[in-house]
Design a protein around this ligand. Structure first.
Ligand SMILES: *[C@@H]1O[C@H](CO)[C@@H](O)[C@H](O)[C@H]1NC(C)=O
Ligand SMILES: *[C@@H]1O[C@H](CO)[C@@H](O)[C@H](O)[C@H]1NC(C)=O
Ligand SMILES: *[C@@H]1O[C@H](CO)[C@@H](O)[C@H](O)[C@H]1NC(C)=O
Length: 643
């Protein structure tokens, strides 16, 4: 969609050709029509120029320095201020753009730099002046349904010698008008069937593909010992499987933190937590997470039913059940009408993300105040309102093809910055094997019921997060059996990215996988170049978790269930590290790939989809279960030896 910006990101020092547009779009979003008459040349234009951030190209190497176990700077996490300074646009960029504007006759007195140093604003610009400056023509577009009007062009150009200093310019090809979201159950599937893409801010909808698969109807017999862990998973089963200590957090509770992220209209019910703790951890009855309500996020008491409470209840029960007495921070994103996306969440924990690289995308993310619901959130998007926690458990995901590579790269850069800050980001990979979350596959980057191409999930394919897949106890087995990839109703999503390159920390694992167990598929099915990011990284049991939800005990399954378990494991490891004055584990992938023996290797099962058996779980890393499931005693011993 924005090819020149993307190529700038990947090749920051390549000079753009002057004849090549800086940004272009081939089609305007559906529903928008250009007015036949050109706008008047004297019409004012609120011209703003976003400057490129510095050092994005060397960010990954910096992240490796603080997270690779062999590095002398392991654990030397950066402060948010250091991160903001390091990536801020260079003075050279500011000077180059002001000089260009002056050459074109724009008095420097009209140009001002934003306090964040990310933007230059040009006062009193007109259509005539902007069209000359950017070698473009503007039209006024109106939206058929809402009547909203918007000034836009199809493409624009900046001179080659300033192109690498300019991220993008507004108003140009971007749309900053939010239209009513589709919030009905089943709407995403309908949109996809019609060949369209559901917006990113649909994560919490009742039909969102990433929610856990919940058994309907109450459970009458709950096994709370170890005999039936192949039928029902309870905290005691997980402790036995992974060697998780029963005592919870013991040493450094006050210095520790764990975040659980939920998207409206998903919400937990307090009575559900007590129902769960009464059964499994009576000392935690009455415990509640600390609410960090983002962009109007609240505990909507009208959201009742498994499709509204299942995810949040599961995530909180299977974190609080392990890390008691620590109270997780619940990042509850979005009001009940607009909800929110990962970008709304990231804005809330990093103010600079709100504007960087064009800010959020109103066609994907929720823009506040909520103009659709007078009772909705009437403030502006919350930028930097909350601190990040040491570990984040995020049981929501998209398909890579839902979003543009530009959107994903921008968001992935932000995950890199959080990694520099020492945050462990755990994302569920999804439950539909190699197919999309909706169970269908793709052709030419579009959903297609007859498509044969696998559909990787995002953000797990971003190389700076940890993707979590799912396993199960084999049928009839016990906690002593070696687990297999989950193959009952849900299949662990995994495979290879169509967007992100292979990170250094994963090179030898992926190479060894291809050498020993080459998958029987072609480049038509997935990117088999061996040069792209593979996922997941780690996995944990995700079948038939006993969950108290909407007033009943029921069973929940999926990578959504596995993710909070892994988040709890890292939070317990942080407890031990913090107690002896060390830093939290931060971005864990380089350390995990350097020490695969600290995980229980999963060597059977697969992740079918797209008319295939998917990939196979094999010895070593595989694109079904990653490196394997937690072995808490080995993991904690290992992470305690690191500086
Ligand atoms: C913009 O135009 C107004 C009206 O002519 C003028 O008062 C103001 O100083 C101008 N602003 C700048 C920064 O040139
Ligand atoms: C909960 O269980 C009760 C008793 O079995 C049943 O009547 C009720 O419908 C169940 N509620 C839900 C939301 O499934
Ligand atoms: C696969 O990934 C490689 C490395 O990023 C890339 O060069 C190639 O174009 C990709 N192949 C396809 C078919 O997209």
């Amino acid at each position: 969609m924005r090819p020149s910006v993307l190529s700038l990101l990947l090749l920051p020092f390549a000079a753009a050709l002057p004849s090549h547009p800086h940004e272009a779009r081939h089609a305007h979003p559906s529903g928008w029509r250009p007015h036949p008459k050109a706008p008047h040349p004297s019409l004012p234009v609120p011209l703003r120029i976003a400057l490129t951030q510095s050092n994005l190209d060397i960010g990954p190497a910096e992240l490796s320095k603080i997270s690779h176990p062999d590095s002398p700077s392991y654990g030397h996490h950066w402060t948010p201020a250091q991160i903001a300074d390091f990536f801020a646009p260079a003075k050279e960029s500011v000077d180059a753009v002001i000089a260009w504007l002056a050459e074109e006759g724009v008095d420097p007195a009209r140009v001002s730099l934003s306090p964040s140093k990310g933007w230059l604003a040009v006062a009193n610009a007109t259509i005539a002046e902007t069209e000359r400056l950017l070698r473009t023509k503007y039209s006024v577009y109106t939206h058929a349904d809402s009547g909203a009007a918007h000034l836009a062009c199809d493409a624009y150009t900046v001179p080659a010698h300033v192109a690498h200093h300019v991220d993008f310019i507004t108003p140009t090809i971007h749309y900053d008008v939010q239209l009513p979201p589709v919030k009905r159950s089943g709407a995403s599937k309908e949109i996809i069937k019609r060949g369209g893409m559901p917006p990113a801010a649909q994560l919490g909808l009742p039909d969102s593909a990433s929610l856990p698969k919940m058994a309907l109807g109450g459970l009458f017999t709950i096994f709370d010992q170890l005999e039936h862990c192949d039928e029902q998973i309870t905290p005691v089963c997980l402790r036995a499987l992974y060697g998780i200590p029963p005592a919870g957090l013991q040493f450094a509770t006050s210095k520790n933190s764990l975040g659980v992220v939920e998207f409206a209209p998903q919400a937990y019910l307090p009575a559900d937590l007590d129902m769960f703790f009464n059964k499994f951890l009576p000392s935690a009855v009455g415990d509640r997470p600390t609410l960090a309500g983002v962009d109007g996020g609240w505990l909507d008491p009208t959201s009742v039913g498994l499709q509204f409470n299942g995810e949040s209840d599961l995530d909180l029960e299977y974190t609080m059940g392990f890390v008691h007495p620590l109270k997780p921070v619940l990042y509850q994103i979005g009001d009940s009408t607009l909800s929110g996306s990962f970008n709304n969440f990231l804005d809330a924990i990093d103010a600079s993300y709100c504007t960087y690289m064009g800010g959020d995308d109103p066609t994907q993310d929720s823009i506040y105040p909520d103009t659709l619901d007078p009772n909705g959130y009437q403030g502006t998007n919350q930028c930097g309102a909350f601190a990040a926690t040491n570990v984040m458990s995020i049981s929501y995901s998209y398909d890579e093809i839902m979003l543009s590579p530009f959107y994903e790269q921008r968001q992935c850069n932000e995950y890199m910055k959080l990694g520099l800050q020492g945050v462990t980001l755990l994302f569920s990979t999804g439950d539909a094997g190699v197919a999309s979350g909706f169970g269908i596959c793709s052709t030419d980057g579009q959903y297609d019921p007859d498509g044969i191409r696998f559909v990787p999930s995002f953000p797990a394919t971003c190389p700076y997060v940890t993707g979590v897949g799912a396993t199960q106890i084999p049928e009839g087995g016990s906690v002593l059996s070696r687990e297999v990839a989950v193959e009952t109703n849900v299949f662990s999503s995994g495979g290879f990215s169509d967007v992100f390159p292979l990170p250094d920390y994963q090179k030898s694992a992926v190479q060894s996988y291809y050498n020993k167990y080459p998958p029987p598929y072609t480049a038509a099915q997935y990117n088999n170049s061996q040069q792209v990011r593979g996922f997941p990284d780690i996995s944990a049991n995700g079948l038939n978790f006993v969950v108290a939800a909407s007033g009943n005990f029921t069973l929940g399954s999926g990578t959504s269930a596995a993710t909070p378990v892994v988040a709890s494991v890292f939070t317990l490891i942080n407890d031990a590290r913090l107690a002896i004055g060390k830093k939290p584990v931060g971005f864990v992938n380089p350390a995990l790939y350097a020490a695969p023996w600290i995980l229980n290797d999963i060597v059977s099962g697969n992740n079918p989809g797209c008319g295939t058996d998917g990939f196979e779980a094999v010895p070593g890393w595989d694109p079904v279960t990653g490196l394997g499931t937690p072995n808490f005693p080995l993991m904690s011993a290992y992470f305690l030896t690191l500086p």
